[in-house]
Design a protein around this ligand. Structure first.
Ligand code: NAD
Length: 534
């Protein structure tokens, strides 16, 4: 245990003015701190008071980031206890802006940058990380939220996401390793930014890219045996194939594909509790045919199959519209992940026409096309179904397909709505609706915690199905009555603990766990959760 200034400068150990009189004696802190001892409660109040005086979300992001760099426990205490208020500042939507301006607001490095120039030296480079990583969030920055290629600035996403693993599921901060693979950047705006933090060169492709990824994965699993590797914000052309390549080799998942799938499916299960419908009767139309759409569709198909449909019947109930219109069989050049959902149909040019032709029970917006759920689209959904399901999942808020207000207004309050970014409550027809975010943070932290707690060797689709069911079960009748398809965010630690236990149970049952099954799995999971109080 360091003492004196070294202790105050170690964010993992520093309690700042919260060090007690006895600790000040024990660790040679006398004179290095103002005399008055504050409780952690008082410190948290001070942080919040300052934060609430700032008006610009990016300034708040910077203030929180510097707290993270000074006093980790206090940062997580504030984040955990005010998650509704703070999460949008440390993650989406603010993190999008923070990544765009990453170079300008850069304070202190966090995580590992591995660049194209490090080829052949990654094993050595990983030795520079002083802790035993239990979970890595890795991005190559090519598709940050709905904002495109932000190159090495994508580090903001890996850092933010891991902060959520700790805040939402109590994964110990020291187990968390953010990684950015700087393989270059094809975004001219980034490359011309004088403060851009990455290599100013075009992205690696082909064998050079794959070689760097392979070297990173084998070095990381060697240096940190059993580590969970979560792929984050990779572009389509790499995300699907990297998941397919590595999922049977190590404990890995892609949150954009699998986490999104589980959270969306949980929202659909909640909507069905309101309509008393069955998943097998749904017809889903996705706007977008990328990672989120394919992930959700695949998990919906699994859910439909578990309720009696064949794979072919289930797939026939999922349709996609991409930038070229309805995805139909026979269209030239379809990417592999779209093929299962390319059905026999005449070409249809746009979303509205597709809704008129197919009469879907649900539309799921995951194309990052702002405003795509127009008044006409929403009215068409309301004409076709008494309780249309509309999920506007694109992030950040600027990319949302519609606002919550628009969704309720153009369906006369009948919509079953969820969004990717937060929206305020909506008053319509004398009733207040509380739309909630179909936020992946309900899922991935619990899945990660469950994998770490059971030392899982793999993360399977069954675990994501468990996570979706567990989340849906935790939605109360009161939530549903006010139009909320997800539980309140402040319950997220409880939710994550339940999901982690379900994931761990599956790991033990399927022989995928790296340790003997404890007598009480939920208690074993809870015992591993980081508590930010001091
Ligand atoms: P992606 O790049 O893999 O897919 C985007 C898809 O949209 C592509 O198939 C593209 O062809 C399609 N598209 C582009 N322009 C279009 C247009 N004009 N009309 C129809 N389709 C068009 O990205 P993704 O990972 O699937 O994410 C998409 C969006 O969903 C992002 O904004 C992301 O932030 C959001 N998202 C939200 C959540 C959540 O809220 N829980 C989870 C994951 C992703």
């Amino acid at each position: 245990m360091p003492s004196g200034l070294a202790l105050l400068r170690d964010p993992a150990l520093n309690h700042g003015t919260g060090f007690t009189e006895a600790e000040r004696d024990q660790y040679s802190l006398r004179g290095l701190l103002p005399p008055r001892v504050l409780t952690q409660d008082e410190q948290a109040q001070r942080v919040l008071t300052h934060l609430r005086k700032l008006t610009d979300p990016l300034e708040k992001f910077v203030a929180l980031n510097s707290l993270h760099d000074r006093n980790e426990s206090l940062y997580f205490r504030v984040l955990c206890e005010h998650i509704d208020e703070i999460m949008p500042l440390v993650y989406t939507p603010t993190v999008g802006q923070a990544c765009q301006k990453f170079g300008q607001i850069f304070q202190r490095p966090r995580g590992l940058f591995i660049s194209a120039n490090d080829r052949g030296k990654i094993r050595q480079l990983l030795q520079n990380w002083p802790y035993r990583a239990g979970i890595i969030v890795v991005t190559d920055g090519e598709r940050i939220l709905g904002l495109g290629d932000l190159g090495a600035n994508g580090m903001g996403i890996s850092v933010g996401k891991l902060a959520l693993y700790t805040a939402c599921a109590g994964v110990h901060p020291q187990l968390c390793l953010p990684v950015t693979l700087d393989v270059g950047c094809n975004n001219v705006e980034m490359l011309q930014d004088p403060f851009y933090v990455g290599l100013r060169q075009p992205r690696l492709t082909g064998a050079a890219y794959d070689g760097l990824l392979d070297e990173f994965i084998s070095a990381a699993t060697e240096r940190f045996p059993g580590v969970v590797v979560q792929f984050e914000d990779f572009a389509n052309h790499n995300a699907f194939r990297l998941l397919a390549k590595y999922r049977d080799q190590l404990c890995t998942f892609n949150d954009d594909i699998q986490g999104t799938a589980a959270v969306a499916l949980a929202g659909i299960f909640s909507a069905l509790r309101i309509t008393h419908g069955s998943i097998t009767q749904q017809k889903m139309l996705f706007l977008g045919a990328g990672e989120a759409a394919a992930g959700i569709a695949d998990l919906v198909v699994t859910a439909m199959k578990s309720e009696g449909l064949t794979q072919a019947q289930a797939r026939q109930r999922c349709w996609m519209v991409d930038s070229r219109g309805l995805v139909v069989k026979g269209r030239a050049g379809l990417a592999e992940h779209k093929l299962p959902y390319a059905h026999e149909h005449a070409p249809v040019g746009d979303l509205l026409a597709a809704i008129q032709a197919l009469k879907p029970t649900a539309i799921i917006g995951v194309a990052a096309v702002s405003g795509a759920f127009t008044r006409e689209v929403l009215e068409a959904m309301a004409r076709n179904h008494e309780r249309p399901i509309v999920f506007a999942l694109s992030n950040p808020t600027s990319q949302a397909e519609c606002t919550a207000e628009e969704a309720y207004r153009w369906t006369q309050g009948r919509v079953l709505f969820a969004s990717g970014s937060p929206f305020d409550p909506v008053n319509h027809g004398g009733k207040t609706y509380i739309p909630r975010q179909g936020n992946n943070c309900y899922i991935f932290p619990g899945v990660g915690l469950g994998a770490i707690a059971s030392r899982a060797r793999r993360i399977t689709d069954e675990m994501f199905m468990d996570a979706a069911h567990t989340l849906a079960l935790l939605v109360t009748q009161q939530d549903l009555d006010q139009g909320s398809l997800y539980p309140a965010l402040p319950r997220v630690r409880e939710i994550s603990a339940r999901i982690a236990a379900a994931v761990a149970e599956t790991a033990y049952r399927r022989g995928l766990a790296g340790k003997p099954k404890p007598a009480d799995v939920p208690a074993d999971v809870r015992a591993q959760m980081f508590d930010p109080h001091y």
